[in-house]
Design a protein around this ligand. Structure first.
Ligand code: PLP
Length: 383
């Protein structure tokens, strides 16, 4: 029997990459030498000291049972200590921190916790797609805020019509930004907090890339005075510690929003495997070790190699301040989908078409710096 998928799934934005995915698969099967700049997944391994702690904790049978949704108190305390050191913000480990099965899980479940069907959710785009799908699954209506080079890739909150702001319950932000690589400063976060207070909207700032940066460490929105009244922030171990497969993240900030998300989660999941929680503690305890400087230096070399190389070829590309993505403008005469398809056909290079992140992504492709610098040089020579 063939079951019809739900209406909920049918109203999601269409998946645009089927054709490129098919071509990529065929190219790989044909043994072509593909340089994959499409995937936002670190190529470097998780540091050994974290794996060692997982090994120890996994062999302790105390960790084999259901974990509490709230997570180990030691984990929340470790995270709060790191947060204070990194951002100068105090968090109450009992009310203002909740572990997640990766930031994505919390991002997608948050609308179920804090909006009602018909409520508006403000979503800057191009963006990470779960802001949209989470909103739609909860019966919300996305209102898109284009982020373009004209507004320095920061949403213009003043442009939001009054009647939309009145219906809005939630505003997603994401800095450092995927896909554009933009870092927001405290001044922008202050503007967003003022707007949220005035319109009584919850801000969900996605800081999954807060530890991947090239200049000053990016701020947390919670550094803005009083931000906890209107904001939560997502953090993730995925990119910070090369732990995408492990699934561990956090939400921090406004206690009532965190409590509501916790209620949704107790009805859906049963917490993070405790051995992974212990590994998470080890990760933050080893945050300051030399491996991190090496990781950031690796991304910097790759970024500069790609941006300098593209500039040498005559492309105008701005150097991302954070994340491991380069947001590359393409000629106006061709769509981002066709451009990506052409790169695959003619140069065996995979990039992500900008429209995959929203309509304002047209005119760009995204390249991820998750391959070795030698492969980036090879990609440049093919270009
Ligand atoms: N937020 C953004 C902007 C991302 O790009 C990603 C992953 O690519 C995530 C969150 C997911 O983080 P996690 O692995 O913790 O679910």
């Amino acid at each position: 029997m063939e079951f019809k998928r739900s209406k909920r799934l049918e109203v999601l934005p269409p998946y645009l990459f089927a054709e490129i995915d098919r071509k990529k698969k065929a190219a790989l099967e044909a043994g072509r030498d593909i340089i994959n700049l499409g995937i936002g997944d670190p190529d470097r391994p998780t540091p050994d000291f974290i794996i060692d702690e997982l090994r120890r904790a996994a062999s302790d049978s105390k960790n084999h049972q259901y974990a509490l949704n709230l997570g180990l108190p030691e984990l929340r305390v470790t995270f709060s200590q790191w947060f204070e050191k990194r951002f100068g913000v105090l968090l109450d480990p009992n009310r203002e921190i909740l572990p997640l099965i990766g930031a994505k899980e919390g991002i997608a479940h948050l609308p179920l916790s804090v909006i009602n069907p018909g409520d508006v959710v403000l979503i800057p785009e191009p963006c990470y797609p779960p802001y949209v799908s989470g909103t739609i699954f909860a019966g919300g209506t996305p209102f898109y805020l284009p982020i373009t080079s004209d507004n320095k890739f920061l949403p213009d909150l003043e442009s939001i019509p009054q009647e939309v702001a009145q219906k809005a319950k939630l505003l997603y932000l994401n800095y450092p930004n995927n896909p554009t690589g933009t870092v927001a400063d405290l001044e922008f976060f202050q503007t967003a907090v003022d707007f949220a207070r005035h319109s009584e909207i919850l801000i969900a700032q996605d800081a999954a890339y807060s530890e991947i940066y090239f200049d000053e460490p990016p701020p947390s929105i919670l550094e803005v005075e009083g931000a906890k009244e209107v904001a939560v922030e997502f953090h993730s171990l995925s990119k910070t510690f090369n732990m995408t497969g492990w699934r561990l993240g956090f939400i921090v900030g406004n206690p009532s929003a965190i409590r509501a998300l916790g209620e949704v989660k107790t009805n859906i999941d049963s917490g993070v495997f405790q051995a992974i929680q212990y590994a998470g503690i080890a990760a933050y305890q080893g945050y300051d070790r030399h491996w991190r400087q090496e990781l950031l230096a690796t991304y910097r070399t790759r970024r500069d190699t790609l941006v300098d190389g593209l500039e040498f070829l005559g492309w105008k590309v701005s150097r991302p301040q954070g994340t491991f993505y380069v947001w590359i403008p393409i000629p106006e005469s061709i769509s981002s989908l066709d451009f990506a398809s052409m790169l695959l056909d003619k140069a065996n290079i995979v990039v992500t078409p900008g429209t995959g992140f929203g309509p304002s992504g047209e005119g760009f492709v995204r390249a991820a710096l998750t391959v070795d610098v030698e492969r980036i040089k090879e990609a440049l020579s093919r270009l």
